[in-house]
Design a binder for this molecule. Sequence first.
Ligand SMILES: NC(=O)c1ccc[n+]([C@@H]2O[C@H](COP(=O)([O-])OP(=O)(O)OC[C@H]3O[C@@H](n4cnc5c(N)ncnc54)[C@H](O)[C@@H]3O)[C@@H](O)[C@H]2O)c1
Length: 339
Amino acid sequence: MDNLKTIRLGVIGAGRIGKIHAENLATRIPGASVSAIADPILSAAQETAERLHIPVACADYHQILDDADIDAVAICSSTDTHARLIVEAARTGKHIFCEKPIAYDLAKIDEALAAVEKAGVKLQIGFNRRFDPNFRRVRQMVRDGKIGDVHILRITSRDPAPPPIEYVKVSGGIFFDMTIHDFDMARYLSGDEVEEVYVAGGVRVDPRIGEAGDIDTAVVTLIFKGGAIGTIDNSRKAVYGYDQRVEVFGSEGMVTAFNNTPDSHVYSNAEGVHSAKPLYFFLERYMDSFIAEMKEFVESVQKDSPPPVTGADGRIPVMIAMAATRSYMEKRPVKLSEI
Ligand SMILES: NC(=O)c1ccc[n+]([C@@H]2O[C@H](COP(=O)([O-])OP(=O)(O)OC[C@H]3O[C@@H](n4cnc5c(N)ncnc54)[C@H](O)[C@@H]3O)[C@@H](O)[C@H]2O)c1
């Protein structure tokens, strides 16, 4: 480990997730350093740079791409910029970590993946839940055959509160914004590919979400190529907090991962038996996974090994989101081969 080169990164986008990745790369990832951070909202880049002692804060990401001393970029800007930034970063020979989703459109994704292939750089997509210790354990048990043939996979994924309506309007819809993580988990946990999707969805949380053209409640049924059946249930509002549970059931047994809580106390009194609510939201619940995914990205650059979440892993959940959107609109099962 000591002989490995330090990887110098530029962070593009200093919003919610950009700040997290910048902090992890600057302070928690061995073998990584952050040389620059860019955001058109210059004050956001400057505040993060100052706090983390990052030497350069700039408004224009080209300053990062033009810096020959920077080895890799972390693309943390809004989704509509990802595909273009991947193409430009690949052309300058930078390795790329890019937040999910790559784009809402397969042609743009394919253009980005072709640029990566041509440049021979690494691309890792930010499906951080694969790095969560609970879900890794579930995956390991399925891979080791402990569950036998997988028959049923269940994912519960409910947010503690809906995002602002302005965010909903540009989010691409619940399947691209929220369920995309669950589509990735379905592939990761089962080790199988989704063949068909059927959705029942509605607006149960906030009518303004419906007026913005989206839904806030959904049950997605997945049929896998190997025959297993999966369900994902989503809500934009669980009053008891961020609800993130999975279960895989098969011919040899079942494995379940429950919510993480800040502590494990259980208090009993005349009113009932009480315990802590789940960790509030993704920043709290998935902090370990954000660190682990970056650690593995940096290692894949240092060791010239394949990144653990590939461009193809970024593309397929977008196809599943497209099938889910069509299924909801047309009220019928949709095969991925139709996309
Ligand atoms: N993996 C996860 O759990 C997770 C969590 C949150 C967000 N995300 C993804 O991360 C991305 C950003 O989300 P967010 O919540 O941080 O959004 P945000 O709105 O808080 O931040 C986005 C930032 O990108 C900046 N930006 C826009 N265009 C830019 C450009 N050309 N160059 C540099 N910066 C630019 C904006 O000014 C803004 O500061 C989205 O694609 C989202 O889907 C992933």
